[in-house]
Design a protein around this ligand. Structure first.
Ligand SMILES: *[C@@H]1O[C@H](CO)[C@@H](O)[C@H](O)[C@H]1NC(C)=O
Ligand SMILES: *[C@@H]1O[C@H](CO)[C@@H](O)[C@H](O)[C@H]1NC(C)=O
Ligand SMILES: *[C@@H]1O[C@H](CO)[C@@H](O)[C@H](O)[C@H]1NC(C)=O
Ligand SMILES: *[C@@H]1O[C@H](CO)[C@@H](O)[C@H](O)[C@H]1NC(C)=O
Ligand SMILES: *[C@@H]1O[C@H](CO)[C@@H](O)[C@H](O)[C@H]1NC(C)=O
Length: 484
């Protein structure tokens, strides 16, 4: 059957998690308790003594090693671009459009002079990988071919989740044979999770981060969102530290504890990096999960999400593929409501308007709907409670339906009245507790240039999708079987 490859690859992931999870669960509680203590101590230590921040030479950092709690600044002329993959045939009645992720990856490879580092979940960039004969695989095939070409000329390093059984490995073999350096990261052995992160660091200067996998479908058949930041060595150096952590974990048997100093960061939710983004002063930082992969100073991804919600004053818009207040891969079942509780709390205490745009497709787990309906029931205009949920469906022609694991909104971002959060994780407990992911958090005051802020661009994307014909309100009576 055509779908075997991709299907098995997902089933494998889930089955292995199930096997490992029972054992791991007990360990997690201890590990997390220890890590919390360790993180607090390390973060405090790091902020006070560890690092000389990387700043551009025109604005040297103050030399004091005892730093007050404020971010470091950087004067790189950083340019940020929101990029999207819009699946073939999806048409919006809207002027909100962005350059494609395909174009962004080509640009990055074109710009590269010395190095490309890629963190990735799996590689299926060709028709051969997915057992398909789709003309729309051509963009993925072009990316693979171009990357193979540059692998012979510059340093190309790829950190990838350890491929399992039936997972295709032809792309990795080709890249390896072309001169790329590849390390597999066995996150299953390390934390019972997977390496789910998707980002690029080019010439220690440009970065890409977003929802797209190294998969041809992520360019033409799955709806994706990411950002590219050009000419931004301060931020690239920090994302580089997360890459180096994966690189170190590649083929290793254990997670360093504590992480060596070189992995520590000064930039986090309390002391973000101050830099100009499209000429607008901005505070940014990168979060990471799981907590055990976070060196001193790094904000764990969950804390980042909770703090962005806490900080919102009027609205929180969330677009994620999956939303579950559970550890979805754990056995026995476990309830995990950190994010869910925070949304209900800010919805009630601060009367913040909450909108969730969740994906609905053939592989959606039915158990997601009762939890989403429960959240959407926190709605009563008289009491100023305003949480609403819509389901986004990417329609598929009979021919498109034959493409395995495609035609879905795979976005993973959040935008509030102040913040843009661009992540790589599905929103269920597993992704914050044991799976590796990362996110870029951008906090900008009003735009001082003619260009809109990232926050306003993400808000426009959200509103375009929310108001489109592809999204349907979730009500108590909705039957998802009729929708997706
Ligand atoms: C798009 O929206 C505009 C304004 O609401 C409307 O006039 C136009 O007919 C719409 N076009 C389509 C193709 O739906
Ligand atoms: C990668 O290439 C080297 C030779 O350059 C070879 O020794 C190694 O086995 C290859 N690794 C994989 C995973 O194909
Ligand atoms: C990055 O900086 C270089 C050199 O200043 C410039 O030529 C290039 O256009 C910049 N790239 C972007 C995307 O701003
Ligand atoms: C965003 O920046 C403002 C001003 O610097 C700060 O008060 C606020 O806490 C920041 N928000 C987040 C979520 O980091
Ligand atoms: C997100 O969740 C879905 C459904 O569980 C899973 O198939 C997918 O691999 C996850 N990760 C990605 C690639 O975003």
């Amino acid at each position: 059957m055509k779908t075997d490859v991709a299907y098995n690859q997902l089933v494998d992931v889930e089955r292995r998690r199930q096997e490992a999870n029972r054992k791991a669960q007990m360990n997690f509680r201890c590990v997390i308790a220890l890590l919390t203590v360790a993180t607090v101590l390390l973060a405090a230590t790091a902020l006070h003594i560890l690092l000389t921040p990387k700043v551009s030479s025109s604005h040297p950092a103050p030399s004091s090693s005892l730093r007050p709690h404020r971010g470091e600044s950087c004067s790189d002329p950083c340019t940020i671009v929101v990029v999207e993959s819009i699946p073939e045939g999806l048409v919006f009645n809207s002027s909100t459009t962005h350059p494609t992720i395909f174009q962004a990856w080509l640009n990055l490879m074109g710009e590269a002079r010395s190095s490309i580092d890629i963190a990735s979940f799996y590689w299926t960039l060709t028709n051969e990988d997915t057992g398909t004969h789709e003309p729309t695989a051509n963009q993925g095939e072009t990316v693979l071919k171009t990357l193979a070409e540059v692998s012979g000329k510059l340093s190309v390093r790829i950190a990838v989740n350890t491929p399992q059984g039936s997972q295709p490995q032809a792309d990795l073999r080709l890249l390896n044979d072309s001169g790329a350096d590849i390390r597999t990261v066995n996150v299953r052995e390390l934390t019972s999770g997977v390496l789910h992160t998707k980002f690029w660091v080019v010439d220690k200067k440009h970065i890409y981060i977003g929802s797209a996998n190294m998969d041809w479908r992520s360019l033409t058949q799955v709806k994706e969102l990411g950002v590219v930041v050009y000419n931004c060595s301060c931020l690239a150096a920090d994302l580089g530290k997360i890459f180096e952590a994966y690189w170190l974990l590649g083929d290793s048997q254990s997670i360093p504890s504590p992480w060596p100093k070189s992995f520590a960061t000064l930039y986090n939710k309390d002391t973000p990096l101050q830099l100009p983004l499209n000429s607008t002063p901005s505070n940014v930082y990168l979060s990471s999960s799981p907590p055990s992969f976070c060196a001193a100073g790094r904000t764990p991804d969950l804390q980042s999400i909770l703090s962005v919600m806490e900080d919102a004053e009027s609205f929180i818009y969330i677009a994620v593929m999956n939303y579950l207040p559970t550890m979805e891969f754990s056995h026995p079942k476990r309830y995990w409501a950190d994010i869910d509780t925070q949304l209900r709390r800010v919805g009630y205490e601060k009367r913040v308007k909450v909108r969730l745009l969740i994906s609905c497709w053939a592989s959606t787990q039915p158990v997601m709907f009762p939890f989403l309906k429960s959240l959407a029931s926190v709605y009563d205009p008289k009491s100023r409670l305003d949480i609403q949920v819509r389901l986004f469906v990417v329609p598929a022609s009979p021919k498109q339906k034959e493409i395995p694991f495609a035609r879905v909104n795979h976005n993973k971002y959040m935008v509030t009245d102040k913040i843009a959060y661009i992540g790589t994780s599905n929103w269920s407990g597993d992704y914050f507790v044991n799976t590796a992911g990362s996110a870029l958090v951008v906090n900008q005051t009003a735009s001082q240039s003619s260009e809109p802020t990232v926050q306003s661009q993400l808000k426009a994307v959200f509103e375009r999708d929310w108001d489109s014909a592809y999204s349907t309100p979730l009500t108590r009576l909705s039957n998802h079987k009729d929708l997706c």
